[in-house]
Design a protein around this ligand. Structure first.
Ligand SMILES: Cc1cc2nc3c(=O)[nH]c(=O)nc-3n(C[C@H](O)[C@H](O)[C@H](O)COP(=O)(O)OP(=O)(O)OC[C@H]3O[C@@H](n4cnc5c(N)ncnc54)[C@H](O)[C@@H]3O)c2cc1C
Length: 391
């Protein structure tokens, strides 16, 4: 007889482990949870290769709400995810995001700001003179406005968060198994079992696909439908700069290139001009020379003197439809769920998405925060989430 779990989760990085934790911590749930993760080193998972930054400077209410929950969770993470007094260090740094705008973008920045304030985010709109007064090293000659997150935005240790979720989930009884989900068996509108690449078959009460850029689309197809999610490479470059830049936030230049402090130096990146589906992890050094460094040196002249360091590449699970998460029930199935397509803003969303999926599974609906905007059916209905601030 196949081993049986009440909930089987494919993918045990930030999203799968957040869900596992939220299930196990829900007082209304007493079932057994198994997380199946194909590589427990997480060496190629986005959750380990992420820039792990969090902002409320989105243009849609749902993304703002999800990140407001994210920062609240991160602030309490040491307490919530401690195991037997052993407190995880998620290294939250609330240094803000700084969005810059030329005259062409200033109206949209102001509209976004109004929504962010209405949702409760602590974001300040600035004139170029105010920007210069606070961040004197930023060139403002072509700028008309800026917006800065005075609190609630910044960066953290995403790998640390993933491990903290996993450790806490295991302490609450969740089982992890290193294997890949290779097949699924259905009976009518239910997934009844999962076949692993080692040949084992695990029966399940509910099944959740949290398999990220490397696995979510394949698993969706095993479930009988397709998701418009592709793997896109993002290189992140580290460098040092001899001139101190006090209190530099995560700055998003008008070119789309971004930079933030990391340790004693900085990291920066941008969207590559040529951006095909990609499965390799080779760093795109030409992008640094041709796009990232010139844009940063234009905006912060002190960056002309930087010393380039190491770099790494990871994969976004890019939702080609609208660059936003696809979360909730899988179409045509009564006991299967999906969390994919996070398009570069998923690690900050892991606390809220894990909580929401746990509520769906345990209570049959969202409770603390309605995530139904992210449902798969918006794709079939041609209703994109019109998020302007995608990086
Ligand atoms: C360079 C970079 C920078 C980023 N910066 C930010 C940022 O600043 N802020 C932010 O919020 N987000 C950022 N992101 C995005 C964020 O990291 C991801 O959205 C998030 O980590 C996704 O988590 P996940 O658990 O869904 O996917 P992943 O971390 O990719 O995990 C999926 C897991 O599923 C496993 N898996 C795959 N197939 C199978 C299978 N068949 N069976 C079992 N297991 C399987 C994989 O091994 C993997 O561990 C960035 C991403 C990258 C790559």
């Amino acid at each position: 007889m196949a081993e049986r779990y009440d909930v089987v989760i494919a993918g045990g990085a930030a999203m799968g482990s957040s869900l596992a934790y939220h299930l196990a911590a829900d007082s209304g749930f007493s079932g057994r949870v198994l997380v199946i993760e194909k590589d427990l080193t997480y060496a190629k998972a986005a959750s380990a290769l992420s820039a792990s930054s969090i902002r409320q400077q989105f243009s849609t209410a749902i993304n703002i709400r999800v990140s407001l929950h994210g920062i609240d969770f991160l602030r309490r993470g040491r307490e919530l995810l401690a195991v037997d007094g052993d407190v995880p260090d998620i290294a939250v740094r609330e240094k803000g995001y700084l969005y810059l705008a030329t005259a062409a973008g200033a109206g949209i920045l102001a509209q976004n700001h109004a929504l962010q304030i209405a949702e409760g985010a602590d974001v300040v709109l600035m004139t170029p003179a105010e920007l210069s007064a606070r961040f004197p090293y930023v060139a403002t000659d072509d700028l008309a406005a800026a917006s800065w997150g005075a609190s609630g935005e910044g960066w953290f240790d995403g790998y640390g968060l993933t491990q903290a979720f996993r450790r806490k989930a295991r302490s609450l009884g969740v089982a992890y198994r290193e294997a890949a989900v290779a097949g699924l068996a259905r009976e009518g509108r239910r997934v009844v079992s999962v076949t692993l690449d080692d040949g084992a078959v695990v029966a399940c009460g509910a099944f959740v696909n949290c398999a990220g850029a490397s696995g979510a689309r394949t698993i969706a197809r095993l479930c009988g439908f397709d998701i418009p999610v592709e793997s896109r490479k993002r290189s992140v470059f580290q460098f040092s700069c001899p001139t101190p830049l006090p209190d530099l936030p995560l700055m998003i230049d008008v070119s789309g290139v971004w930079v933030r402090p990391e340790g004693e130096g900085y990291i920066g990146a941008g969207v590559p001009e040529h951006d095909p589906h990609c499965e390799d992890f080779d760093v795109d050094w030409a992008q640094f020379e041709e796009q990232v460094w010139p844009a940063l040196a234009r905006r912060i002249p002190a960056f002309e003197q930087i010393r380039p360091g190491r770099a790494w590449a990871g994969h976004y699970d890019l939702n080609l439809f609208d660059h936003n998460a696809i979360v909730g029930p899988m179409p045509g199935l009564d006991n299967a769920y999906l969390a994919a397509g996070f398009s570069g803003h998923g690690i900050q969303q892991a606390p809220a998405i894990g909580r929401g999926l746990a509520e769906l599974i345990v209570h049959g609906g969202y409770r603390a925060l309605d995530l139904s905007d992210f449902a798969f059916d918006r794709i079939a209905a041609g209703r994109p989430i019109l998020e302007r601030n995608v990086i």
